[in-house]
Design a protein around this ligand. Structure first.
Ligand SMILES: C[S@@+](CC[C@H](N)C(=O)[O-])C[C@H]1O[C@@H](n2cnc3c(N)ncnc32)[C@H](O)[C@@H]1O
Length: 312
């Protein structure tokens, strides 16, 4: 059998993703208009982030998209350096910064989170990534390894990631949409289709992310985002059935911060603190020198939840 000959260079994964998101930029913003459920999700992210990054903090935003969060956070007193690889998304971000006269609080750079050494203006007090942009990465470990180039010691990392377990999507089994229902559980990720472009999306278990950060990072919080309420794709339910939505929201508010639910959902928020040079965290239960899995959510084996504490 002869190998297929390539007559022209195939675009890289980076180019495909940048092109897909550039093409969808206008639609992306339009979808967020009049979407109370997504607005609630974003507010929860801001409340979470602002617990750890106070007013005046210098924040590096990864995969900033069209700048919805950069604008909201700048208005809450943070200074944002917004980065993304999709020029079309960044054009809309820059237009918002100009229109709202936020140039003194938001700077913009076209840059991949897989090339953090190229980021200007560091070190930062916090590194922020919202709504699963990092799920476009195959592996978070090289990104985490590059964080010290842009994050000051004592600074925090707040990432909003898509986990493998999403109850709303799993529930689609009962509507016959089997492939969609189990897509997050597929080993090796899922093929996403956006504006005629295809790329892989990977789902990260919280426990594996904690392990990837390793002993130089202290886990401050993990919280589910839309565990009981629908996924961000659902624009209709909150508007068509406000009482049902209010009941789901009530339950979601109570369950989302609790184990094991906090590692499920459309997304989860994780915040860690960078603490280089300090003694490693040990598991408070067995004393082992490793930062153990905080959440064994998609892992069928029962793993005890360790109580983390600093040991000298
Ligand atoms: C779902 S959007 C999220 C945008 C924004 N964070 C928000 O909450 O609206 C995903 C974003 O990740 C960006 N992205 C994907 N891969 C990236 C990479 N390697 N470096 C930087 N940004 C990337 C895309 O261009 C896109 O703007």
């Amino acid at each position: 059998m002869t190998a297929r000959r390539r007559t022209f260079a195939e675009p890289s994964r980076h180019d495909v993703i940048a092109d897909a998101f550039s093409r969808t930029a206008q639609r992306y913003d339009a979808f967020a208009d009049d979407h109370p459920h997504l607005t609630r999700m974003r507010r929860k992210v801001y409340d979470h982030l602002l617990r750890f990054a106070g007013p005046g903090s210098k924040v590096l935003e990864l995969n900033a998209g069209t700048g919805t969060d950069a604008v909201a956070l700048a208005r809450r007193g943070l200074r944002i350096h917004a980065t993304d690889i999709a020029p079309g998304m960044l054009d809309r971000l820059r237009a918002k910064v100009d229109r709202l006269d936020l140039g003194d609080r938001i700077t913009v750079q076209e840059c991949s989170f897989e090339a953090l050494a190229e980021v200007t203006g560091g070190p930062y007090d916090a590194i922020f990534s919202n709504l699963g942009g990092l799920n476009c990465a195959r592996d978070l470990r090289p990104i985490i390894a590059a964080l010290p180039a842009v994050l000051r010691p004592g600074g925090t990392v707040t990432w909003v990631l898509m986990p493998p377990v999403c109850l709303w999507e799993l529930g689609l089994v009962f509507t016959g949409q089997f492939r969609l229902a189990v897509r997050r559980l597929r080993p090796g990720g899922t093929r996403a289709h956006l504006e005629g472009r295809f790329f892989d999306v990977h789902y990260f278990q919280p426990g594996r992310v904690v392990a990837a950060f390793g002993p130089q990072y202290e886990v401050l919080a993990i919280e589910g985002l839309s565990v009981i309420t629908p996924t961000a794709e659902s624009k209709g339910l909150a508007k068509r059935h406000p009482r049902v939505y209010a009941a789901l929201r009530w339950l979601d508010d109570r369950l989302a911060p609790r184990w094991p639910v906090r590692g499920w959902g459309d997304f989860y928020m994780i915040t860690v603190r960078y603490r280089p040079g300090l003694p490693p965290l040990r598991c408070g239960r067995c004393g082992c020198p490793f930062v153990l899995l905080l959440d064994a959510v998609a892992d069928p084996r029962p793993v005890p939840v360790p109580i983390l504490e600093v040991t000298a």
